[in-house]
Design a protein. Structure first.
Ligand SMILES: Cc1ncc(COP(=O)(O)O)c(C=O)c1O
Length: 416
């Protein structure tokens, strides 16, 4: 079936929740995608930060094939091959910078998506506050339940994670939103302190993306994250980092928080963890890993045999000093190259998570469309902002190729 046929069927039978581009990729290898006509595209989006090893990495393909031949799914009523290994690997990665005698194990709940991972984190924070209230002999109905979030954040599309998402335009039409989420501006220490002074007793968690992705790559400063840590410590609230987009090596360290040197209590992740097989994870540090008990949370599919096999192969391939060094070096090269292109006003980000604002008069969605026609896949997060999330196997040569296309598109006329 060709693109036109597919478009007709999708127009009739698939909900139009995404404004889709006029292309159907039918194969992918490494940094490239291919459509049915054989046209090749250089991919600087990676399925929205998912395909970190590039498309169809041989180690991931063979792990998925081998697992599919053996067992695809059995449910969480049973033990699952590779799941303990993946959780142990995540725990090791999360504790990477911690002194040997201060290391604690992390325990993970496996979900299917970033939103589900965040649902788990929110429930965990509320349950933790509830248990503390009970232990202190207080009425659990009075336990802290507010979650402080950040303006312009994105945490998912389920009702609770949408309520946590500090972009009210995304709430419209879905009211009433679940209660208990209060957004405060990113990197505004005074505003966060004031909010905690006013409502701190009712706060069960502060939840933040160390680098906001969907709103156009906006990093939290290390000072702001450290302040959030101190405020949580002073009240007993949990510090939750949503690393669904910036985690799993995207910024050149296993997790972005490691560059800010601020240790959270709970970390959520998803996109890059299993190379495109649906997998989300909510990990909690030390004793917080025991907050959820049997029956208090669950998922039919989460942490399935196939997801765990894909996650294990992905983490094994990504976890090396060389890969981290390459991501940092190529990411800096990409940021520098972008900054030197006429039409680009400013660049921000970390590693291979980079955003660029365009000068007035340039329309980012139009640039994305023309780049696609010229064979480069990128993404716009707003009218003036481009986002670059290439596979983590990207090299300087691919950056040069992508920047050549982008520079041509940004020139008047845009012919490449
Ligand atoms: C930081 C962050 N959190 C959560 C989500 C939601 O993830 P999912 O689409 O897998 O539910 C996203 C998706 O873009 C994200 O970027």
């Amino acid at each position: 079936m060709g693109l036109e046929e597919e478009k007709k069927l999708e127009a009739r039978y698939v909900m139009s929740t995404f404004a889709r581009k006029d292309v159907e990729f039918v194969s992918g290898h490494g940094m490239h995608l291919e459509d049915a006509s054989g046209k090749r595209y250089l991919d600087f989006l990676a399925g929205i930060a998912v395909c970190s090893l590039g498309h169809c990495h041989p180690k991931v393909v063979s792990a998925i094939k081998a697992q599919a031949d053996k067992l695809i799914h059995v449910s969480n009523y049973f033990y699952i091959e590779d799941r303990g290994e993946v959780a142990c690997h995540l725990s090791r990665l999360l504790e990477r910078d911690v002194a040997e005698d201060e290391k604690k194990p992390w325990r993970t709940f496996f979900a299917n998506s970033g939103a589900e991972a965040n649902e788990c984190a929110i429930k965990l924070a509320r349950l933790h506050a509830n248990k503390r209230a009970v232990a202190a002999g207080l009425d659990p109905a009075e336990a802290p339940s507010l979650v402080i979030t950040l303006v312009k954040s994105f945490h998912g599309r389920t009702l609770a994670t949408l309520a946590a998402t500090g972009q009210s335009k995304l709430h419209h039409g879905f009211e009433p939103m679940p209660e208990g989420f209060l957004p405060t501006p990113i990197n505004d220490a005074d505003a966060l302190c004031r909010l905690m002074e006013n409502v701190g007793d009712s706060v069960c968690a502060i939840m933040a993306e160390p680098i906001q992705g969907e709103s156009g790559v906006h990093p939290c400063t290390p000072e702001f994250l450290a302040l959030a840590r101190r405020l949580c410590d002073s009240t007993g609230a949990l510090l939750i980092f949503d690393e669904v987009q910036c985690g799993i090596f995207r910024t050149g360290t296993p997790f972005a928080f490691q560059q800010a040197r601020v240790m959270p209590d709970v970390v959520t992740m998803a996109k890059g963890i299993a190379s495109g097989v649906p997998c989300g994870a909510c990990a909690a540090r030390g004793e917080l890993g025991d907050v959820m008990g049997p029956g208090q949370h669950g998922s039919t599919f989460g942490g399935s045999n196939i997801a765990c096999a894909a996650a294990r192969a992905t983490l094994d391939a990504l976890d090396s000093e060389e890969v981290c060094a390459d991501i940092k070096r190529v990411g800096a090269y990409l940021a520098d190259a972008l900054a030197s292109i006429p039409g680009v006003q400013s660049v921000r980000g970390s590693g291979l998570m980079v955003g660029a604002d365009l000068i007035d008069g340039l329309d980012a969605p139009d640039v994305v469309q023309r780049a696609l026609e010229a064979g480069l896949v990128i993404n716009a997060t707003g009218p003036h902002t481009l986002r670059f999330l290439p596979p983590l196997i990207c090299t300087e040569a691919y950056v040069d190729e992508a920047m050549h296309i982008l520079a041509s598109v940004l020139q008047d006329g845009g012919d490449v």
